[in-house]
Write a protein that binds this ligand. Structure first.
Ligand code: SF4
Length: 83
């Protein structure tokens, strides 16, 4: 039976250092985003992060700021503490 996280098995990041996807600066964000751009589950990863309101790290090729913008564009209310 497939679970909502089975797609993670196909993520490129599965065999990389997790710290790469929790960068501390903009250069690190761009490095992670370039890796995500070649990942076969990038769209699923992004939707998972959006649905679960994950506000740290690069998921699905997006930064925290980009995911907040997507949620806002979709009309999703974002808790004030995560702005
Ligand atoms: S899109 Fe990026 S963060 Fe998501 S599974 Fe792929 S490599 Fe990992």
């Amino acid at each position: 039976m497939e679970t909502t996280t089975d797609w993670m098995e196909d993520g490129i990041c599965r065999n990389l250092n997790p710290d790469t996807f929790f960068p501390s600066d903009g250069v690190g964000v761009e490095v992670a985003k370039r890796i995500c751009a070649t990942c076969p589950v990038v769209n699923t990863c992004l939707e998972f992060a959006l649905e679960n309101r994950i506000d740290h790290g690069v998921w699905g090729g997006t930064s925290e700021r980009q995911r907040r913008r997507i949620l806002k564009a979709r009309g999703v209310r974002i808790p004030i503490y995560s702005l």
